[in-house]
Design a protein. Structure first.
Length: 66
């Protein structure tokens, strides 16, 4: 159910807020990949979670554009 509340929260935001959140998520993904490459990342499943969140944000941006 955590995912549903996250998506509902995204749907209430404006496109500008979604764009800002997308930038933050991409920065977080970059940092996670960097930590993984240097063997400093303990929770590698976080990479997949952030990638899915990026896809969710992009999907809602596309929906709002239509």
């Amino acid at each position: 159910m955590k995912t549903k509340t996250y998506v509902d929260d995204l749907r209430t935001k404006s496109v500008e807020e979604l764009q800002a959140e997308l930038v933050d998520a991409k920065k977080e993904l970059f940092n996670l990949r960097f930590q993984n490459a240097t063997n400093q990342l303990n929770n590698t499943s976080r990479i997949a979670e952030v990638r899915r969140n990026i896809a969710r944000i992009q999907t809602i941006i596309t929906e709002k554009a239509k």
